[in-house]
Design a protein around this ligand. Structure first.
Ligand code: HEC
Ligand code: HEC
Ligand code: HEC
Ligand code: HEC
Ligand code: HEC
Length: 425
């Protein structure tokens, strides 16, 4: 008698467990009602027997897009069932067809959804899949205009006209000397955190971001952090070398969209829309290099004036006076040397020899300046007891070639304010 009872009870428990599991899997899930709704819409929209039959046979089941090349399993389509069905226009989300033509340009089976949208591909509840209300979720769903940031994983900024913000942000990044302190893909300074993978997860979160910003950016902590870092360098540790650039709101947003596109997680070459930049040879011009690497410390047009706490000279030296430093007293001579350097001529070894007055001193100064750029130079303290100056001259031996350095010097030589000299005399 007793064993019968045990068997009965354990069978009942087993049945209960199985029922609960079946309930969880099939009835109490978020996605099933959406698939049922879609099935209803299919029936409503069927225009002939064949479509009617297809609608009747439509199965309510698990759906997913598996993309091993991108290491993704995207179950978004478990709810977004009508995403490729052009008939699904006047229906509610999530069963609507995808807007625009973009799925015509990208084969869904090959890319999935998260490569453009982020979100948690494997999740089957909206809360987890969108990751939006889950605090500090690694990759929450992205909202416009941040979708742009993901397009540049496979596209060049220049080749898609719709990528307006990334393009603007990249221009700002390259023109304001961010690379003077930050490193990006092996190039740039060493005074500040590397930005190559700033968009990968929240590893960069060094301080909590405000609730207000989190709300504004749909609880994407990574975006909020990048935005705050650019807008208000003081939001970071109180004394920071990072200057306040006084960017406009639109410029901050553009920079944030650009930075949000920087990732170490590269897609396979077969997924790239075009040959990526950086894999093509770059032409060397002094002015853009100066703006890329030097302008944040040495100032616009190399006029100096950038404050440096407790530094002997108070502000970072101006570089528009290099002509004078190199004993090039006449505009013709400065232009001559500038042209030679621009064209890649080694002025120390050329033959016939460099033809300018005081050649020996000119060449010695040129070597000295080149050496400062290559080796760097720590900024001396004004008050020996005071704090360390925040801005030091970094070493560019690794980041810039000799040709790059010569082209920057060539550019700097053109900046000497000759006219002003004459009028003041
Ligand atoms: C469990 C169902 C479910 C899953 C899974 C799901 N979504 Fe959604 N999604 C919805 C619903 C419902 C809406 C309608 C808007 C709402 O209720 O927030 C929606 C809306 C959206 C929107 C419009 C923006 C918005 O917030 O209204 C986007 C974009 C989106 N989903 C993308 C995705 C992506 C990408 C995935 C996969 C990572 C995904 N969804 C997975 C249910 C889901
Ligand atoms: C190649 C990039 C790309 C892929 C892949 C992609 N989307 Fe989109 N998606 C976009 C862009 C860009 C928009 C905004 C388009 C617009 O507004 O015209 C968008 C818009 C949407 C919207 C409407 C958002 C709104 O606010 O109304 C939903 C929903 C959506 N996508 C879901 C998905 C789902 C689900 C998948 C995968 C099945 C997917 N997308 C795949 C780029 C993509
Ligand atoms: C996973 C890589 C990948 C992502 C992410 C991606 N694309 Fe593409 N895209 C491609 C490839 C590959 C092509 C096909 C190029 C071809 O046919 O030559 C393409 C084609 C296109 C085209 C057709 C015109 C053309 O240049 O061939 C447009 C427009 C486009 N993509 C826009 C976007 C936008 C906007 C986004 C971001 C929302 C985006 N793509 C994200 C890989 C991607
Ligand atoms: C003079 C040096 C300097 C320049 C130029 C500079 N930064 Fe910074 N930046 C820093 C320092 C130092 C930090 C680290 C903040 C801290 O911890 O004090 C930082 C932090 C950041 C961060 C947060 C990074 C992280 O991992 O926490 C971002 C994003 C950033 N800077 C963007 C920019 C952009 C965009 C520009 C150009 C417009 C720029 N920076 C120019 C010095 C600089
Ligand atoms: C992080 C700030 C910073 C960046 C970026 C930077 N410099 Fe400097 N640079 C300095 C400081 C500070 C000094 C002064 C050092 C000293 O007092 O010895 C200096 C000194 C120099 C000097 C010597 C000037 C003189 O009057 O003796 C030259 C030349 C120079 N930098 C060139 C460059 C070039 C070229 C670049 C870009 C490739 C560059 N710097 C980027 C901070 C910077």
């Amino acid at each position: 008698m007793k064993t019968e009872k045990i068997i009965l009870i354990s069978s009942l428990i087993l049945i209960a467990v199985l029922l609960a599991e079946a309930y969880r899997e099939n009835i109490n899930n978020e996605w099933q009602p959406f698939q049922k709704l879609y099935k209803k819409e299919l029936k409503k929209k069927a225009i002939d027997k064949k479509e009617q039959k297809l609608a009747d046979n439509y199965e309510i089941k698990m759906r997913q897009i598996v993309v091993p090349e991108l290491n993704r399993v995207d179950r978004c389509v478990i709810c977004h069932v009508g995403i490729e069905d052009p008939r699904m226009v006047n229906v509610p989300q999530p069963i609507k067809v995808h807007p625009g033509d973009i799925l015509g340009d990208h084969e869904l089976e090959k890319v999935g959804c998260t490569v453009c949208h982020d979100g948690q591909g494997r999740a089957v509840t909206k809360k987890e899949a969108h990751g939006v209300s889950v605090a500090f979720w690694e990759k929450p769903l992205m909202y416009p205009p941040f979708l742009e940031s993901n397009c540049v994983r496979c596209h060049n900024v220049e080749s898609l006209p719709e990528l307006t913000l990334v393009k603007k942000g990249k221009d700002l990044f390259l023109r304001n000397g961010c690379l003077g302190c930050h490193e990006l893909r092996g190039k740039g300074g060493n005074l500040a955190p590397e930005l190559t993978n700033i968009s990968d997860a929240n590893i960069h979160l060094k301080h909590p971001v405000s609730e207000e910003l989190l709300d504004r950016f749909h609880h994407n902590a990574n975006i909020a952090y990048i935005y705050e870092s650019v807008k208000q360098p003081g939001a970071q540790p109180e004394i920071t070398a990072m200057p306040d650039f006084n960017f406009s709101e639109e410029e901050i947003l553009a920079l944030t969209v650009f930075l949000k596109g920087l990732s170490k997680k590269e897609v396979p070459i077969s997924y790239l829309a075009e040959i990526q930049e950086g894999k093509q040879p770059e032409t060397v011009h002094g002015e853009p290099l100066y703006r890329k690497y030097c302008v944040a410390c040495h100032g616009t047009d190399a006029k100096g004036g950038v404050k440096n706490i407790n530094y002997i000279k108070r502000t970072v030296p101006e570089l528009n006076i290099l002509a004078e430093r190199m004993f090039l007293d006449e505009p013709e001579n400065a232009n001559k040397v500038s042209e030679l350097l621009k064209n890649g001529v080694d002025i120390t070894k050329m033959s016939p020899k460099l033809d300018v007055p005081k050649r020996g001193r000119v060449l010695a100064q040129y070597r000295a300046i080149r050496n400062v750029i290559k080796r760097g130079s720590p900024a001396g303290k004004a008050d020996p007891e005071g704090p360390e100056p925040l801005l030091h001259m970094p070493s560019w031996a690794k980041g810039l070639s000799d040709k790059d350095i010569d082209s920057i010097i060539a550019y700097l030589l053109t900046l000497y304010p000759w006219e002003q000299e004459e009028t003041s005399e």
